[in-house]
Ligand binder design. Structure first.
Ligand SMILES: NC(=O)c1ccc[n+]([C@@H]2O[C@H](COP(=O)([O-])OP(=O)(O)OC[C@H]3O[C@@H](n4cnc5c(N)ncnc54)[C@H](OP(=O)(O)O)[C@@H]3O)[C@@H](O)[C@H]2O)c1
Length: 313
């Protein structure tokens, strides 16, 4: 199994992380709890030990399902959890990184996960008012209490750099959207990884599913309960969809050459192109986990990387 050690830690994680957004139970079409639980266990069986969730996914449901799935195997898993999106049914959602909110959010997440500690506790979104050094202090408090092991960031951008300068080493990783369908964050991600001592974790790594090779112009009519029916999920709409299907054609060609799934080739591109990265993919069932895990322990040739780089630039 292909592992890396997260920056500034002693935590070894598989370079594939199982994304827990579908475990929230809504917004991804048909999702079955038993299949999610089987997928988590299949992951552990084959050595995929990294699981991402957030308090906001299904308003806590994702954490509940992950905790239930891990059960007595909790110590074999590295849990990445996220806080800071204050969402309650029927009320407007807002970002909150205040001290009291973080302390309360962590208690809730620990309870739902059924664990004593979270390995990597992540600021899901900055709230625009709490200075990052204050957030880091609150997270230090949680570390001292043994409730979290490490702190991490997500969706950080250029204007966060000044604050991060004096906090190098206090955070271990950052999450951002990156895939063959979305390369706009590439330069910034390389910069954060190289100059701020952070492990890059990519989300939307399969372009929300378009890069798996199973979609075409005729079968992307998602139900109203699937987030991808909304135009904000650009990968499935208009010209962007057509462009993505051109990328998929190249992925299919390489998939046939290397004898791996189309998703595996899309994931391998990230693993080979973004040094020391971890790829998070949303997973709904064991077959998706296994197909995505085919991405590990091999490399694309320089020519295959160039073909994918050229078509997705
Ligand atoms: N930090 C953040 O702000 C942030 C934001 C978004 C996501 N995330 C994290 O990143 C994870 C992944 O991102 P994402 O869920 O947006 O998108 P993604 O990984 O690009 O796409 C996931 C979807 O692709 C389909 N899929 C996955 N593997 C497949 C396979 N082998 N064969 C066929 N279909 C497959 C599944 O949906 P269908 O079967 O329905 O097609 C799955 O739900 C999330 O679960 C979450 O943990 C973090």
């Amino acid at each position: 199994m292909e592992y890396i050690t997260l920056k500034n830690t002693d935590i070894k994680v598989s370079r594939l992380c199982m994304g827990g957004c579908p475990m929230g139970g809504y917004g991804w079409g048909n999702v079955q709890e038993n299949e999610l639980i089987d997928a988590v266990n299949k992951a552990l069986d084959i050595g995929v030990n990294f699981f991402d969730t957030a308090e906001t996914y299904g308003l806590g449901q994702s954490e509940i399902t992950l905790g239930k799935a891990l059960g007595s195997r909790r110590d074999k898993a590295v849990i990445s959890d996220k806080f800071g999106v204050h969402a309650m049914k029927g009320q407007p959602t807002f970002y909150d990184n205040s001290h009291d909110y973080i302390i309360e959010a962590c208690e809730g997440s620990l309870k739902r996960l059924g664990t004593d500690y979270i390995d990597v506790y992540t600021v899901h979104y900055r709230d625009g008012k709490t200075p990052l050094c204050e957030v880091a202090e609150t997270l230090d408090e949680l570390k001292k209490q043994g409730k979290i092991r490490y702190a991490a960031l997500s969706n950080i951008h250029e204007d966060d750099k000044a604050e991060l300068e004096s906090l190098k080493g206090r955070f271990v990783s950052f999450q951002d959207e990156y895939s063959l369908a979305c390369r706009k964050n590439e330069k910034e991600m390389l910069d954060f990884a190289q100059n701020f001592s952070l492990t890059p974790l990519t989300w939307g790594s399969l372009g929300q599913g378009i890069l798996t090779g199973k979609y075409n112009l005729d079968n992307v009519n998602f139900g109203a309960d699937d987030r991808r029916s909304r135009e904000i999920y650009v990968n499935f709409h208009g010209e962007k969809l057509k462009k993505n299907l051109e990328i998929v054609e190249v992925l299919k060609k390489i998939s046939a050459e290397v004898g791996k799934s189309v998703s595996a080739v899309a994931i391998r591109f990230i693993l080979d192109f973004l040094p020391d990265s971890v790829v998070i993919t949303g997973i709904k069932r064991p077959s998706q986990l296994l197909s995505n895990a085919e991405a590990l322990d091999w490399h694309l040739s320089a020519q295959q990387i160039k073909m994918l780089d050229d078509i997705s630039k």
